[in-house]
Design a protein around this ligand. Structure first.
Ligand SMILES: [Zn+2]
Length: 361
């Protein structure tokens, strides 16, 4: 409602809302811009302040025309669980309707697709994105085809199929799936769902919810496409800009060392180059992240770091999280493995546990 346009993160060119999925000039990822004076008029009211935390409470920060018609399954408002370790908290995204944080993005993205009269959509996924898009598309009556790597966990493929989406298994990586759907889009003018501009906006609500709960020094988040990492930064940045929060926490991004293109770019201070994923943490096995540059920006801007953790460390982190009563999938266990490598004693730190372990059989 208050969005004014899209801007390329890389080259700065501007585009009308929803006109393209990425910058046609340089291929860069797009950012949605808002009229914050208009947003301020809604959020500085007593009514807004009194409302309990929920994903759609923050509708002025989403690019939708009528929030009352949101395609919602009750996503967000996930628990912030105190660890046995002093100062450590878990934001448990496994409580979302399809078991991962992706639902925050899907509710906004599919609401937007319905507004645009979309009937048929395509999605590339390592599993969680597909399951989430399949649920929301099913509810919206949108026919969805999902491209995924052949080696995606069976339970995720079953979940996607259960929602009625068509599943195409590709003998390759997530980025091969992405190339396949981008090619098909050119030929048949399909709508794309996934890590595109509308989704980032929905994923900001993790930051909004955290900002309302506590003063946080650092946030540790897994990096697959890097979209969530940047979305959390943008959410905090918007709240700080509007005077609703004091300071953006330091953002730490975590990759599996067997698939760490963002980590490599961080260490070498270079461009992000595609790698061949070799990790058990399939949810974050993205060799060429769509929003890798944005994630690096968020991490640099806040004084955080990129950390890589081995599969052995990830498996151990999953076991240790279980001792806290939290069952996370491997890709969602990486923040705990990273936390152990960082010296954040005496700080308030939140680990974003992006998905439930139940999804990975
Ligand atoms: Zn551009």
């Amino acid at each position: 409602m208050f969005e004014i346009g899209m801007r390329c993160f890389k080259c700065g060119r501007k585009y009308p809302i929803g006109s393209v999925f990425w910058c046609p000039h340089c291929g860069g990822s797009l950012d949605i811009e808002y009229d914050y004076n208009e947003i301020e008029k809604v959020i500085l009211t007593d009514e807004f302040k009194r409302m309990p935390i929920s994903h759609w409470k923050y509708w002025p920060f989403y690019p939708v025309n009528s929030p009352s018609k949101a395609m919602s399954l009750g996503e967000g408002a996930t628990p912030l669980i105190k660890s046995k370790r002093e100062g450590l908290y878990f934001k448990y995204e496994g409580c979302n309707p399809t078991g991962s944080f992706k639902d925050r993005g899907s509710t906004v993205e599919i609401t937007k697709a319905v507004e645009n009269g979309v009937r048929k959509a395509l999605c590339a996924t390592t599993g969680n994105m597909g399951a989430s898009c399949a649920a929301y598309c099913s509810r919206a009556g949108i026919e969805l085809t999902v491209y995924l790597p052949k080696r995606t966990p069976r339970s995720k493929i079953e979940q996607i199929a259960a929602y009625g989406a068509r599943v195409k298994k590709i003998p390759g990586s997530y980025n091969d799936c992405l190339r396949a759907i981008h090619e098909l889009k050119e030929k048949e003018n399909y709508y794309l769902v996934g890590d595109y501009p509308f989704r980032t906006e929905g994923e900001k609500s993790i930051a909004f919810e955290l900002a309302e709960k506590a003063r946080i020094d650092s946030v540790i988040v897994p990096i697959g496409n890097g979209t969530n990492c940047y979305a959390i930064y943008k959410g905090f940045q918007e709240f700080v800009y509007l005077g609703l929060y004091e300071k953006i926490p330091r953002i730490y991004g975590v990759q599996a060392s067997g698939c760490a293109p963002v980590y490599r770019a961080w260490i070498e201070n270079s461009e992000i180059k595609e790698v061949k994923p070799r990790t058990k943490a399939s949810a974050i096995a993205v060799g060429r992240p769509i929003d890798g540059e944005k994630a690096l920006f968020a991490i640099r801007k806040t004084g955080g770091k990129v950390i890589a953790v081995s599969d052995r460390e990830i498996v151990l982190a999953q076991k240790e999280l279980a001792k806290e009563g939290i069952y996370a999938e491997l890709g969602a266990s990486v923040p705990y493995a990273a936390y152990k490598k960082l010296d954040l004693e005496g700080q308030t730190c939140v680990l974003i546990i992006t998905g439930t372990g139940l999804k990975e059989r």
